[in-house]
Design a protein around this ligand. Structure first.
Ligand code: HEM
Length: 187
C-alpha cells in the first residue's frame, strides 16, 4: 500500500515538473505525435492500389500510330490502348502494367509487337512498324502474345498502315480480324 502511494507521488511529481515548462509540454506533444504516427503506419502497411477506373466501352474504330499514342494513360480518362499484331486492345484494366509508371508503360499507346517478340520492354519505335524483319519464331511469339491479349482485353480496332483507310465497324463486328500482319505466315 505504502509502495503504491510512493509511486503515485513520484508520477504526480513528474507530471507537475513537465506541465510547469512549456518546452516540456512541446516535447511531450512531439513524442505523442511520433508514437501515434508509428502505430498508424504499422496498421496501414497493406499497399492500397488505386482502383482502375471503369470506363465505358470504346466504340470500335481503327487507329493510326499517331492516334494511338494519345492513349498511354496520361489523358484525363486514363484509358490505355496497346496494339499487338496489327490489332488494338483496350488494356485499361491492366493499367498497372501499361499505364504511367508501370513496368510495361513503354507499350501504352503503342504497337507492342516488336517489344513482346524481342523481350524488350522499351522497344516501341515512333513510326509505323511493319515488323517485316522479325523472324518466323518472333512472329509466332507476337501471335501468342496477341492471343493472351484477346483473352484478357477488349478488341477495339486495327492499327492502320500509313495511308490505309479505317474500317467502318457495324455494332455486331466484335472479333479482331485474323492475319492482319504484313508478315506472310510460313506454314
Ligand atoms: C525480369 C523480367 C520480368 C519479370 C520478373 C516479369 C514479371 C511479370 C509478372 C509477375 C507478370 C504477371 C503480373 C500479374 O498478372 O499480376 C507479368 C506480366 C506480363 N509481362 Fe512480365 N516480367 C518480366 C519481363 C517481361 C518482358 C521482357 C516482357 C515483354 C517484353 C514482359 C511482358 C509482360 C506482359 C505483356 C505481361 C502481361 C500483363 C497483362 O496481364 O496485361 N515481361 N510479368
Amino acid at each position: 500500500m505504502a509502495e503504491s502511494t510512493l509511486s503515485a507521488g513520484i508520477l504526480t511529481n513528474i507530471f507537475f515538473q513537465i506541465v510547469q515548462s512549456p518546452l516540456n509540454i512541446a516535447l511531450v506533444g512531439i513524442i505523442v505525435f511520433l508514437v501515434y504516427n508509428i502505430f498508424k503506419s504499422r496498421n496501414n502497411n497493406t499497399p492500397v492500389r488505386p482502383p482502375v477506373p471503369e470506363l465505358p466501352k470504346l466504340k470500335k474504330r481503327d487507329f493510326t500510330v499517331e492516334e494511338l499514342k494519345k492513349y498511354d494513360g496520361t489523358q484525363e480518362d486514363g484509358r490505355v490502348l496497346v496494339a499487338v499484331n496489327g490489332n488494338v486492345y483496350d488494356v485499361t484494366r491492366g493499367k498497372r502494367f501499361y499505364g504511367p509508371g508501370g513496368p510495361y508503360a513503354a507499350f501504352g499507346g503503342r504497337d507492342a509487337s516488336r517489344g513482346l517478340a524481342t523481350f524488350n520492354v522499351t522497344a516501341a519505335g515512333e513510326g509505323y512498324d511493319d515488323l517485316s524483319d522479325l523472324s518466323t519464331m518472333e512472329m509466332d511469339s507476337v501471335r501468342e502474345w496477341e492471343s493472351q491479349f484477346k483473352e484478357k482485353y477488349e478488341f477495339v480496332g486495327r492499327l492502320l498502315k500509313p495511308g490505309e483507310q479505317p474500317t467502318n465497324y457495324s455494332d455486331e463486328e466484335d472479333e479482331p480480324p485474323t492475319g492482319t500482319s504484313d508478315k506472310p505466315k510460313d506454314e
